[in-house]
Write a protein that binds this ligand. Structure first.
Ligand code: RP5
Length: 164
């Protein structure tokens, strides 16, 4: 049996980020996109982080989703070491509720972009959807699945009933 190489890496600064980041994993699973998910901390594992980023393209990854909270340097530092698209997910933090994470991720200097998503679950799910959209540029089957997803979402909204 040939194993499918993961196209997407979901990285996070701590296992405490998983509750949020699993929303990205669930979305990729829904679309049948192979991924790997692991803790690679910018501050606690800087050498491993650089090694991952440096080799990511060579290792077959096409998109990196990186979630972190607080002084959330992971997405930006990964982006500094790879030219693959990096999607940053601000994880809610204990005291500043993820606004610190958002500001840490979004204010990248000109020349090193990180696509920054909403704080929390919606951001993680949308980062995965965005990764699927990137992959769909060269994958018709994924493009069809995205169209189905949007149709289903539209139908669900149309069917919404208010408790008047
Ligand atoms: C960040 O610090 C992680 O991404 C996490 O959101 C936050 C707290 O980490 P833990 O102290 O829970 O391991 O690096």
């Amino acid at each position: 049996m040939t194993e499918t190489k993961p196209a997407v890496a979901i990285l996070m600064g701590s296992n405490s980020d998983w509750d949020v980041m699993k929303n990205a994993a669930d979305m990729l699973t829904q679309f049948g996109v192979p991924f790997t998910a692991k803790v690679v901390s910018a501050h606690r594992m800087p050498d491993e982080m650089f090694e991952f980023a440096e080799n990511a393209r060579k290792n077959g990854f096409k998109v990196i989703i990186a979630g972190a909270g607080g002084a959330a340097h992971l997405p930006g530092m990964l982006a500094a070491k790879t030219t693959l698209p990096v999607c940053g997910v601000p994880v809610p933090s204990r005291y500043l509720k993820g606004q610190d994470s958002l500001y840490s991720i979004v204010q990248m200097p000109k020349g090193v972009p990180v696509a920054t998503f909403a704080i929390g679950e919606a951001g993680a799910a949308n980062a995965a959807l965005y990764a699927v959209q990137i992959l769909s540029v060269t994958d018709e089957a994924l493009a069809d699945k995205l169209a189905d997803f949007r149709r289903a979402q539209n139908q669900k909204a149309r069917d919404m009933v208010l408790p008047l």
